[in-house]
Design a protein. Sequence first.
Length: 140
Amino acid sequence: MALERTFSIIKPDATRRNLTGAIVKKFEDAGLRVVASKRIHLSKAQAGEFYKVHAERPFYDELCEFMASAPIVAQVLEGENAIAKNREVMGATNPADAAAGTIRAEFAESVGENSVHGSDAPETAEVEIAYFFSGLELVG
Ligand code: CDP
Ligand code: MG
């Protein structure tokens, strides 16, 4: 299986509750390596650009407000099958449906404030990584 990279965000509900370390530990315990990381505070416009695929959804405005409400931690995770593995460690979008032991089951507050983002396919991973990081910042 090929080494793969995916994009991850630790969302404002989690940074606000000081859960960054606990969430990174979940990634590392699953065999994912943090090869780039930065803590930033998005503007609502920047959050809107990132989530533009959801622009027509009823939750879009609230989602952009939330993503700009406190700092996030943007990361690139590397590992075997990293995209699927990260989605597995994250758990289902709605924490009520997330499997026991997943990040969202343990930490998410609601379907909107659900602690983490993770890319869903190689194409989105590439676009999302490039939105947040230059090649020079992918340090391994
Ligand atoms: O994050 P994930 O890929 O699991 O879910 P998504 O369907 O791509 O939705 C993106 C984000 O929108 C979710 O992680 C939630 O923060 C938010 N969302 C929401 O607020 N209400 C929903 N009914 C669905 C998603
Ligand atoms: Mg998604």
